[in-house]
Design a protein around this ligand. Structure first.
Ligand code: AR6
Length: 178
């Protein structure tokens, strides 16, 4: 599924984000930046050691990446040039700033993309796996934050935003919102 929003194409795809050829794919990382399971494990495996080495450097200089923030590395052997690593909130039943932190993941990833002239960015469904964010609550935050960013940044160079969704349930929640 694909829509046009403020001159930007926003698309949904059922699939594996490591196979996507974008300018940047986004990783749902953890604060250590040292890799993990889920999409993080898949990206590190497919991208090779370059990503891990650059993550180590970033973690050494900045102490890692707090929830809501984003950092960037090369894509190594991935089809995409860059990986933007962002850290979603662990869902603990709301009331812990989860929605704001999740929204910040999308805002900070897009801000970083714009600072590198990235035109096509592809997101996974941040926090809705190991971090347990209910996808019915996370999907509207993801889609509406991306739209709000594009509305409030008319000079953004981002021309294509993808949501690469790993299973049918996740896809259908995003489809409802988009
Ligand atoms: N392509 C696209 N989506 C994927 C892929 C893939 N290859 N693999 C999984 N997903 P998760 P989180 C989906 O758990 O909830 C890691 O250990 C998955 O089905 O990857 O933010 C990190 O190091 C789900 O819909 O990320 C952190 O410790 C979505 O991606 C922690 O998990 C997010 O699931 C982050 O947890």
């Amino acid at each position: 599924m694909k829509i046009k929003y403020k001159n930007t194409d926003i698309y949904l795809l059922l699939g594996n984000i490591t196979e996507i050829k974008a300018d940047a794919i986004v990783n749902a990382a953890n604060s250590s930046l040292m890799g993990g399971g889920g999409v993080d494990g898949a990206i590190h495996r497919a991208g090779g050691s370059v990503i891990h080495e650059q993550c180590i450097k970033i973690a050494k200089t900045s102490g890692g990446c707090p929830a809501g923030e984003a950092v960037i590395t090369d894509g190594g052997s991935l089809p995409s040039k860059y990986v933007i690593h962002t850290v979603g909130p662990v869902y603990r039943g709301s009331g812990n700033n989860e929605a704001e932190l999740l929204s910040l993941c999308y805002i900070n990833s897009m801000t970083l993309a714009d600072s590198r002239d990235i035109r096509h960015i592809a997101f996974p469904s941040i926090s809705t796996g190991i971090y347990s964010y209910p996808v019915s609550l996370a999907a509207p935050i993801a889609v509406n934050t991306v739209k709000d960013y594009l509305s409030s940044h008319p000079d953004s160079g981002i021309s294509t935003v993808g949501f690469i969704l790993f299973d049918n349930k996740t896809y259908s929640e995003y489809e409802k919102i988009l």
